[in-house]
Design a protein around this ligand. Structure first.
Ligand code: ADP
Ligand code: MG
Length: 747
């Protein structure tokens, strides 16, 4: 997947999907902006830039001219909890209470009148009471809605507020007109619509809070203070005062304040909160530790290596937040519909009003037929009252509030849950691409295997000794980061030889390295690499074949064009690989192995994990080619590999999945990052991605369903406006509730 740079900004003042649409339209109109996506649930916009980042001020201005407030979030500090969440819930709660305080008496009076068969206490008093009680609900509780509607109308970009405002205002107006005419008063209905609307908004605010719980938990994981050594003395300081290089003291049972390296002591560390891996790992001097993980046994001195926004936890939080504000391709259609929804609804309401006024008999035929079955139909309203009744119901039922919540809530819950299980999705598009993938390609080393190779055999050729072979190889490899290099270095250390220093090094990815050691050119790599470099490898062929027969990786060594021998290296299969490959196959993904290693080793590993399609001896560009060919054959390819060596193939695949452990993993490298080092996390990723996308699809369906079914009913006068509002509130709840179910989905 290709990527662009982007910027997040916070938006204040959005109430509905159509607000979000107008903000994203405004942002997209700014020159240099490739795409903008607004998330109603997180109240954030993500702006993707075509080339160079656009001035934030220009973005803020665009949002403001659309009638909303914008702030660019601070990017250079550690993530902080959004304080607005709880405040929003409290505010919504206040409005809710106030609304029902007046609406309940209205309902009682209406019920009483219905029971007595005549307006209670008297026709005139009844009408006045309705007007007086409904006033605060419509105009005070609803003041924000009214103001939002006025602002939107002034910009002639109608939003959901406009629908509610028009509906309640029209209903309230009938109450005033009823005083002087035979019109029926709907003033009480206006209050009920607003009260139910506020109920829906309150429930939404609460549910949004719950949807973002996972990210809140992640942020709260961070330590608040650290104990650092200053002149040999321990001193407790707030976490933001810990600087890189500071030495922290961590007692058993304490949380590690920030990312660092152990300088003294050893312990067992529970990293489950960071990696999703439940088995604690033992660590000692020199090992990296992750901030927010828990030191279980020993006392540790840890030198801080990353602080603030650089820490692993901060990166994870940022990534999850980014993902939650990103667009999921499936919602494209919904976005298009939302953009025209409110104007269409206004048009339909107007048409309903006109049709009932002009052709009451035709419009009323359905109502007449059903009058005996549905209690609110057929109360003989006059022609005008009936027209208002139907038009108000259309305005109210057409609110696209559920539509705006459908995708973001599911994405928030799904990706939050994923993060807690060590799976980080970069974007909604990555999530969808993983769902759509039918082929999954694996790198071998470090993905299917443990990635901790060990030297198991030294086969020198000619008169060379094992010592010689290892010494030259190890000194050349001392400059390389390749897992095989580490294996050779480890073997050399066991022999406790002081290595000759190396002066020059060229690494050829997927082939090997060439180094200058004590004036000679030493080459270490595949047989093919040595051959390409002009080394006569004849004397090595038999030795190599023997090692390959034993399924070992073969590394050949040459000094100044003459071969020294081969080193056999074994990288055992990671314990969960076979089960994970099987599970992925059950999920409908067909596995392929792409490796730079020799064919025989590759085949034997393939055999052990259960992959038949094995492509060996591949250079990095060959891996790329293979993926491209699979794609040309119509396959959607997910590629799993490490984020560093396999970066090009991860980028070529439809979705790149980087696997790693803890801080090793380059979070920026791939579309999906598996923080937990084992392949089981890939299975979790697929399952969660599917569950999330399924939830999004269901949500979009339900959001549309209510509207599509109910609008015609409302037009025909079959839907009571209060029931319409109730249905709208319910549709939001259905959608959010469905998204929250993801918290318990089986993964
Ligand atoms: P994989 O596809 O299994 O991840 P790589 O593409 O990293 O493997 O490497 C492919 C082959 O190239 C290795 O099996 C090895 O023979 C050789 N090679 C690459 N880099 C090195 C190195 N630094 N030292 C020794 N051999 C290397
Ligand atoms: Mg590799």
């Amino acid at each position: 997947m290709t990527r662009t740079t982007s910027q997040k900004i916070s938006i204040v003042g959005m109430h509905c999907a159509s607000c979000a649409t107008s903000v994203s339209k405004a942002l997209r109109a700014v020159p240099g902006v490739a795409d903008a996506h607004v998330n109603l649930a997180t109240e954030q916009a993500r702006v993707d830039f075509a080339e160079d980042p656009v001035d934030i001020a220009a973005l803020v201005k665009a949002v403001e001219s659309a009638g909303f407030e914008a702030t660019a979030p601070l990017t250079d500090t550690a993530p902080a909890l959004p304080s607005s969440d709880r405040a929003a819930v409290r505010e919504a709660q206040g409005r809710l209470f106030f609304a029902w305080l007046f609406t309940l008496p209205i309902m009682l009076i209406m019920a009483g009148s219905w029971m007595f068969g005549s307006p209670w206490p008297s026709p005139l008093l009844h009408q006045l009471l309705m007007l007086v009680l409904a006033f605060p609900v419509v105009f005070i509780v609803g003041s924000e809605t009214m103001a939002g509607a006025a602002a939107a109308a002034a910009r002639s970009v109608p939003n959901m507020d406009v629908l509610i405002a028009l509906g309640t205002l029209a209903a309230y107006l009938t109450g005033l007109l009823a005083l002087f005419s035979s019109l029926t008063s709907f003033a009480g209905i206006a209050a009920m619509i607003m009260a139910f609307h506020m109920t829906g908004r309150y429930m939404e605010a609460r549910a949004k809070g719950r949807a973002s719980e996972a990210i809140r938990r992640l942020i709260e994981l961070g330590a608040k203070t650290a104990r650092v050594l200053v002149d040999g003395e321990e001193r407790e300081v707030p976490i933001d005062q810990v600087v890189r290089g500071a030495v922290m003291v961590i007692r058993p049972g304490e949380k590690i304040p920030t990312d660092g390296r152990i300088t003294e002591g050893s312990s067992v560390i529970d990293e489950s909160m960071a990696t999703g891996e439940s088995i604690p790992v033992s660590k000692t001097i020199g090992d990296e530790v992750i901030g927010a993980t828990v030191n279980q046994h020993g006392r540790l001195l840890v030198e801080a290596t990353r602080v603030g926004a650089e820490t692993f936890l901060a990166q994870v939080v940022r990534l999850v937040e980014d993902c939650q504000t990103s667009r999921v391709p499936v919602q494209l259609l919904a976005d298009r519909v939302t953009a025209v929804f409110v104007p269409t609804a206004l048009g339909l309401a107007l048409a309903t009003l006109g049709a009932w006024l002009l052709l009451p008999d035709m419009m009323g035929s359905a109502a007449a037929a059903l009058a005996d079955f549905v209690p609110w139909i057929g109360q003989d309203l006059g022609r005008v009252s009936m027209a208002v009744f139907a038009a108000v119901a259309v305005l109210v039922i057409a609110c696209p509030c559920a539509l705006g919540l459908a995708t973001p809530t599911a994405l928030m819950v799904g990706t939050g849950r994923a993060a807690e299980n060590g799976v980080l999705f970069r974007s909604g598009a990555a999530l969808q691409a993983l769902v759509e993938a039918d082929t999954i390609a694996f790198d071998k080393t470090g993905t299917l295997t443990e990635g901790k190779p060990v030297v198991v055999g030294l086969s020198p050729c000619g008169s060379h000794t094992e010592q010689d072979l290892l010494r030259w190889a190890a000194s050349a490899e001392s400059g390389s980061e390749h897992p095989l290099a580490r294996a050779i270095m480890n073997a050399a250390e066991q022999n406790a030889d002081s290595l000759p220093p190396l002066s020059e090094l060229t690494a050829v990815t997927g082939r090997g390295i060439e180094a200058t050691v004590e004036g000679s050119t030493v080459r270490v790599g595949s047989l093919r690499f040595l051959r390409e470099q002009g080394v006569v490898t004849g004397p090595l062929d038999d030795l190599a074949a023997a090692a390959e027969d034993a399924s070992h990786t073969v590394v050949a060594v040459a000094r100044d064009d003459s071969p020294l021998g081969v080193i056999a290296i074994n990288d055992p299969l990671a314990s969960g690989s076979r089960a994970a490959v099987q599970a992925l196959r059950k999920l409908g993904l067909s596995p392929v192995m792409l490796t730079g290693d020799n064919g025989r080793t590759a085949a034997s590993i393939g055999d052990a994990v259960g992959i038949e399609r094995v492509e060996a001896n591949l250079l990095p560009e060959d891996k790329l080619d293979h993926i491209r060919r699979l794609q040309e054959a119509g396959h959607r390819v997910a590629m799993v590999g490490d984020g560093i060596n396999d970066a090009p193939s991860l980028a070529q695949a439809d979705v790149g999945v980087a696997i790693g452990t803890g801080t090793d993993v380059a979070i920026e490298a791939a579309d999906i990052t598996l923080v937990r080092g084992d392949l089981g996390a890939a299975v979790t990723a697929v399952r969660l991605a599917r569950a999330t996308l399924r939830s999004i699809r269901q949500n979009l369906f339900w959001a549309f369903f209510y509207n599509v079914v109910a609008i015609p009913l409302a037009m025909l006068g079959l839907l009571h406006p209060v029931i319409a509002e109730l249905a709208m509130a319910l549709s939001s709840l259905t959608v959010v509730g469905n998204a929250l179910r993801l918290r318990r989905a089986r993964i």
